[in-house]
Design a protein around this ligand. Structure first.
Ligand code: SF4
Length: 343
């Protein structure tokens, strides 16, 4: 278990009213079992290990990191699709980790998810209209067939599709259009919070911008709050108000969007930014390069001290001994690095 400061989560808003989601010291360990007759836990995969942050109402928090860093698991723990091993998820003042199944059912309408792969996340046997309208029936939000049809038509229009497309099946749509169907389904129950889990990663670059623009328009129109998960800093740049960077189950840096791109502090964030292409060749030649060696270690057996130390170009002897806490390095800019936070 990692040590996290007792203080308010990084990026905490001054008034609680400003915060929609608060994640406190979140842990998600997946047990690894052994034995044929009597299965016993022999180890834990520490997918998320002591992560704390807040998401303010109406903002987009971008969560980035390489695959396996725990960002998707964090999103699923917030939605309670995984029951966290430890920590709290407070949504609109209510602790979701203490709710039973019935209480949680009442909260589901408030929180929705948009999945990465629009090809596999839509049921190929259902029409677009039924995919979008199903949650309306599940949550009892329509009283008649007429109302159902009207709502589905409105939702299709909201995401830039034509209502006559309601009778088509997923295979009759392009990748971008399928993702629009996924967005409409998430919107159907009028949520306040959406976890967008790599929503554009499976799409062509030309289509990515259209979906990101659509999400921004819908955020304004419906006063939505987003947790936007991506593995690439260039994707979250446009849409995010703040950005959190995860590595091997830990939050290693979090700051306002422009601050993190202008003044990255953690060596891992610097390395991720080094990999983002810059169109201007002069600027590209001038910038600092941080090249990472080796692979991300296994979360089954994470390194001691700072989990990034085996790959960190700035590591010193204390880095393998002490786990750095996420601390404020500038106003509203937090980093978990012994060098940056002056231990
Ligand atoms: Fe690198 Fe040490 Fe900072 Fe970790 S604590 S990021 S190993 S310099």
């Amino acid at each position: 278990m990692t040590t996290m400061p007792e203080a308010a989560a990084p990026g905490a808003a001054p008034k609680n009213d400003d915060v929609l989601v608060e994640v406190k010291d979140l842990q998600m360990y997946f047990p690894v079992s052994s034995g044929i007759l009597f299965q016993r836990t022999v180890a834990n995969v520490k997918a998320v290990d002591g992560v704390s942050f807040t998401v303010k109402r109406g903002e987009t928090l971008g969560l980035v990191g390489e695959s396996g860093c725990g960002k998707t698991t964090t999103g699923r723990c917030i939605l309670q699709l995984y029951k966290p091993t430890g920590g709290q998820v407070i949504f609109d003042g209510k602790d979701l980790t203490k709710m039973n199944t019935k209480q949680m059912r009442g909260m589901r309408r408030e929180m929705q998810v948009i999945f990465q792969d629009p090809y596999s996340s839509l049921n190929p046997r259902m029409t677009a209209g039924n995919i979008i309208g199903e949650p309306l029936i599940v949550h009892g939000l329509v009283k008649s067939k007429e109302e159902y049809r009207e709502k589905v038509a409105d939702l299709l229009q909201n995401v830039g599709l034509n209502p006559y497309m309601a009778d088509r099946f997923p295979h009759e749509f392009s990748g971008g259009q399928r993702q629009r169907i996924g967005v409409a389904r998430a919107l159907s129950v009028s949520p306040s919070f959406i976890v967008a889990d790599e929503p554009v990663s499976a799409l062509d670059v030309s289509i990515q911008a259209q979906i990101i623009n659509l999400l921004e328009e819908l955020q304004e129109q419906f006063n939505l709050t987003y947790l936007f998960i991506a593995h690439d800093l260039s994707v979250v740049r446009h849409i995010s108000d703040r950005v959190g960077v995860m590595y091997l189950g830990h939050m290693v840096e979090m700051a306002e969007r422009n601050e993190i791109y202008r003044n990255p502090v953690h060596p891992y964030t610097k390395a991720l930014l080094s990999a983002v292409p810059i169109p201007d060749p002069v600027l590209d030649a001038q910038r600092e390069r941080v090249l990472l060696t080796g692979e991300v270690p296994s979360p089954l057996n994470p390194p001691s001290g700072c989990v990034f130390h085996p790959r960190c170009p700035a590591a010193n002897d204390s880095c393998s001994q002490t786990l750095p806490e996420l601390r404020e390095v500038e106003p509203d800019h937090h980093a978990a690095c012994l060098l940056a936070t002056g231990y």
